[in-house]
Design a protein around this ligand. Structure first.
Ligand code: XMP
Length: 399
């Protein structure tokens, strides 16, 4: 049956009113399509009894909290929104953590504890959140802990946080959420926006979060998003990884030969390295916290070989098939040749349901432009890579 956003809104508005009665409710708006649509829908149902907060948690993109608050507070949405500066609290909560799931769980804890305090101060018995169907599938499937899936994981929110959670969008996938957003008059800058994960840049700083690493990622994110926007992939962003190598991979026996043979170059044109930090992936439906392999191939002129993205994805499939401990394969776009602390990874994927995704066929011209701008303006970055891993065996985000 065809999805009708008007009917959905009418039904949910009635249900929200029935559940909330005259109670006050709190919603955390990140500016993503899910949370903003959820807030707009609930505001339509209960008006002034809804309080919207934007958690400025240090992991938003440059200028994002202010821009989002401005967009949703003006006509037509006119949501009552407050920005809460909780940067120190979140940085402290994630300090020193390297493991992806530990970081996600620490984020979730800080997120709900902050909301618990706000709900208490503001007399809100309910938390409304924009969890969608894909979030539940991924978390209950054990691939990764999404920041907003609680009850489905057996967490009693009334006992733990003192509020009841309602999730009006939980039956929808992203495409339907966008339809509801358009119907509610959510500005197109938000309704058509690419998804941004709740834990924000914390899951794109691969491994430990450090101040200079996070600041570098913010710069690289702005460059990467600007450079990839014209290709309109379903999702596109930058991630940052420390250049420290995994010492247990001192011998990557046979890989240079495999890559050389696949790309029809001599093995001595190929360099490979494995990072110390790992990335989340999926293997046969199960979580795989696997290793990240970086490949660089130089052509006869000593410059990086610019082979098609399609063939690089094919190469990735062959590498992963023969070396199943890898959850990511990256291909070098450009490098400075100097030893610096970090590498930036550009990622762009095409997907409909976000449960599987293919690598976007971005032009080398765009990739090189992005890499050159990053290398020119981020002094701690020595290499820029393109992630040539579909989902599976990768996931869209790195952690
Ligand atoms: P993955 O990385 O699991 O991502 O392939 C699938 C989609 O979900 C987004 N994502 C999240 N969204 N909270 C969210 O609200 C999260 O914790 C989270 N983790 C991943 C991701 O950006 C992609 O669109």
């Amino acid at each position: 049956m065809k999805f009708d956003p008007q009917k959905f809104v009418e039904k949910q508005t009635k249900e929200i009113r029935k559940t909330l009665g005259g109670e006050r409710a709190l919603v955390a708006v990140s500016g993503g399509v899910d949370s903003t649509t959820c807030a707009a829908l609930t505001h339509r149902a209960i008006g002034e009894n809804l309080l919207c907060v934007m958690l400025d948690d240090a992991f938003m993109r440059e200028g994002e909290p202010e821009r989002v608050a401005q967009l949703v507070s003006q006509s037509p949405l006119q949501l009552p929104i407050k920005i809460l500066n909780v940067q120190e609290r979140f940085l402290k909560a994630l300090e020193g953590l390297r493991d992806a799931e530990e970081k996600r769980k620490a984020f979730r804890e800080a997120f709900y504890n902050t909301l618990m305090e706000t709900a208490e101060q503001e007399g809100c018995q309910f938390l409304v959140q924009g969890t969608i169907a894909a979030d539940i599938v991924e978390t209950t499937g054990g691939v990764k802990t999404q920041h907003n899936v609680l009850a489905q994981m057996g967490i009693n929110t009334v006992e733990r946080f003192g509020f009841q959670i309602i999730e009006p969008l939980v039956s929808l996938y992203k495409g339907h959420v966008r339809k509801v957003a358009r119907h509610l008059g959510v500005p197109s800058e938000i309704s058509e926006r690419q998804p941004f994960p709740g834990p924000g840049l914390s899951v794109r700083v691969v491994g430990e979060i450090k101040a200079d690493k996070l600041a570098t990622l913010k710069k690289a994110t702005a460059i990467t998003e600007k450079g990839l926007a014209e290709h309109q992939p379903s999702q596109f962003f930058a991630a940052i990884v420390e250049n420290t190598e995994n010492s247990s991979y001192s011998k990557l026996g046979g890989l240079s030969e495999l890559i050389g043979e696949f790309l029809e170059v001599l093995p001595n044109c190929v360099s490979v390295k494995v990072f110390q930090d790992r990335a989340t992936g999926v293997k046969e439906g199960q979580r795989l916290y696997g290793d990240i392999l970086a490949v660089k191939v130089e052509g006869e002129n000593g410059r990086i070989l610019k082979t098609s993205i399609e063939s690089l994805v094919g190469l990735q499939a062959k590498i992963v098939k023969e070396n199943p401990s890898f959850s990511r394969v990256l291909y070098a776009i450009n490098e400075t040749g100097k030893k610096q602390a970090y590498s930036i990874i550009a990622r762009a994927v095409e997907t409909v349901d976000f449960l599987t995704a293919s690598v976007a066929d971005v032009s080398w011209k765009s990739l090189e432009k992005i890499a050159n701008r990053i290398l020119g303006s981020c002094p701690m970055v020595s290499s820029v890579y393109y992630d040539v891993t579909p989902k599976p065996p990768g996931t869209i985000e790195f952690e």
